[in-house]
Design a protein around this ligand. Structure first.
Ligand code: DAK
Length: 257
């Protein structure tokens, strides 16, 4: 697919998407989001891709939604044109997504990273929800996913002051999976993505679904759901292969069936 704001490639089971609007620190305009959603949905359908890795630039992952595009909108414009409707499709991507954050992940940038299933960041990265400084508030998960990840105290402070936190603070607060030296970010992100990409693809999808379900269900319903998905995996070739390979003391060869 031809894109103006993204660099797209595929390496050993990993679909790589790099946000690329450097002159505005990857501000997420409508065109970029439309392209991103299309690429993610295509990757979700491609058998050779098992994991999706989203990255930005060295100094910035994304500095949020494009303020120039929003500045003159009225509430009615927002309601009628629903300019952010594409966002919702990102959370329906069924393959695991990893965000690789090299610098600022602010506003919508932080929210995009949080839609991903894991976040790996460089020592220079910063995470924040500065919308309050613009007279608004987060609109794509900054009050919900952030609070679930870091708890009420830290989320309130970030959302009400707009102050970003460092990668180390984000790690300590449970927002991100790991912090790595800047020069290792690309390698470490790829290593993690390939480690996951080598697993059984159907099991990956269902496991992702089950973990996400825990956020909006009761424990009992979540456990029932998990159990059904677990049983369902016994209909896959990969379950047979995984267990056979274990008994034969060899690495499994998964086919995604
Ligand atoms: N939008 C547009 N342009 C931006 C931008 C942004 N978010 N961030 C940076 N830029 C542009 C700057 O205007 C500047 O352009 P020129 O002046 O060169 O033409 C260029 O990028 C370089 O930026 P700076 O000169 O400011 O660079 P600095 O290194 O000095 O500062 C910074 C970096 C990241 C601290 C600063 O640029 C900054 O504070 N940026 C704004 C961060 C921000 O407030 N982000 C939140 C935006 S609101 C929703 C979905 C999403 C959202 C809402 C709803 N739904 C699904 C409903 C999201 C909302 C937001 O993210």
């Amino acid at each position: 697919m031809n894109t103006r704001n993204l660099l797209v490639s595929c390496v050993k089971g990993v679909g790589r998407v790099q946000l690329h609007r450097p002159h505005v620190l990857n501000a997420l305009n409508r065109e970029l989001i439309r392209e991103l959603v299309q690429v993610l949905e295509e990757m979700d359908q491609q058998d050779e891709i098992h994991v999706i890795l989203i990255s930005g630039g060295d100094r910035f992952f994304a500095a949020g939604a494009d303020i120039d595009e929003m500045a003159d909108a009225s509430a009615v414009d927002m309601l009628v044109t629903d300019p952010f409707s594409d966002w919702d499709r990102i959370r329906r991507i069924s393959k695991p997504m990893i965000a690789s954050v090299g610098g600022y992940a602010l506003g919508g940038g932080c929210e995009l990273a949080m839609i991903c299933d894991m976040i790996i960041a460089s020592e220079k990265a910063q995470f924040g929800q500065p919308e309050i400084n613009l007279g608004v508030m987060p609109g794509a998960g900054g009050t919900q996913r952030l609070t679930r990840a870091v708890g009420k105290a830290k989320a309130m402070e970030m959302v009400l002051t707009g102050r970003p936190i460092t990668a180390r603070e984000a790690f300590q607060a449970g927002l991100i999976n790991r912090v790595v030296p800047t020069e290792l970010l690309e390698n470490e992100s790829m290593k993690l993505a390939q480690e996951v990409a080598a697993k059984a693809p159907v099991a990956l999808r269902l496991a992702k679904q089950a973990v996400l379900r825990s956020f909006d269900t009761t424990l009992k319903e979540g456990l029932d759901y998990e159990q059904k998905l677990f049983y369902l995996l016994f209909a896959t070739h990969d379950q047979e292969e995984g267990m056979k390979a274990f008994k034969e003391k060899r690495p499994p060869r998964f086919f995604g069936k």
